[in-house]
Design a protein around this ligand. Structure first.
Ligand code: BTN
Length: 247
């Protein structure tokens, strides 16, 4: 059993040696009962790990973090969904930071980067009732001790020079997540904290959209989480599918 220093995130745990996807297992629990706030599901191996936008999430057995946390998010209206995304990304960021990991940033919307490589990703799946969120499954995949067969431009903590056990990383993530979810619940605006660690914020860099590369500066995020970029003295707004970063 893991012992995160938290009030509720990760206090109840389900460990599976292997499963399809921890997000699926976690959502089965929410269907059975309404009282699973903070439940942690984690595994050594996923046979059908999912990423954002229909991608697959691959990880070798036993090396990496593959976890999902169930949250009661009934206090959030659907149009505030991106605030949850910000809180979870900051939670992962601060959990890793508290372990002593340097050179981290959040790549919009909620990828965790070390230098200019992807260390981890987040997949949030929420159920909705009458314009409000009901419960949300926060799925986190983070490369810890895997050294080989990582996708291009991905990195693990081990490759970045950090030696942590998978389980201590899970505990730190639960702690960082709880801290930021509680701030969100209390109504704090986490945007400035998000900007302070956002990759490329207020810096000139290149982007790719509709097959065209252009230079621009990220100036913030919009009401629904769109990326705001100023390029050539004009302001542009992008949804997730419409833009990628050039490295
Ligand atoms: C992404 O970067 O595209 C998000 C990746 C999220 C992967 C995690 S691993 C645990 C949880 N279960 C899943 O099937 N996906 C998430």
């Amino acid at each position: 059993k893991l012992h995160p220093k938290t009030l509720f995130v990760g206090q109840n745990q389900v460990f599976l040696p292997n499963c399809h996807s921890t997000n699926d297992i976690a959502s089965q629990y929410t269907e059975r009962d309404d009282n699973y706030d903070g439940l942690l599901v984690y595994t050594d191996f996923q046979s059908a790990g999912r990423g954002q936008r229909g991608t697959v999430w691959l990880a070798e057995p036993g090396q990496n973090v593959m976890m999902s946390v169930v949250l009661n998010t009934s206090y959030l209206s659907v149009n505030k969904q991106f605030d949850l995304s910000i809180a979870t990304a900051l939670g992962v960021y601060s959990g890793l930071n508290s372990l002593g990991v340097q050179d981290l940033s959040i790549k919009w919307p909620n990828d965790i980067y070390w230098q200019d490589k992807k260390l981890g990703g987040i997949l949030i799946e929420s159920s909705i009732r009458e314009g409000k969120l009901k419960s949300s499954i926060i799925g986190i995949g983070l490369n810890v001790n895997q050294r080989d067969h990582l996708p291009e431009r991905a990195v693990s903590l081990a490759l970045a020079g950090y030696n942590y056990s998978r389980d201590e990383v899970i505990c730190a993530l639960c702690e960082g997540l709880e801290k930021h979810v509680l701030l969100l619940k209390k109504g704090y605006d986490l945007k400035q904290e998000y900007y302070s660690v956002l990759l490329g914020y207020q810096k000139e860099r290149s982007f790719l959209s509709e097959g065209v590369t252009f230079q621009g500066v990220i100036t913030g995020i919009g009401e629904r989480g769109e990326l705001l970029i100023t390029s050539d003295h004009s302001k542009k707004k992008f949804d997730i599918k419409e833009i990628s970063f050039c490295f």
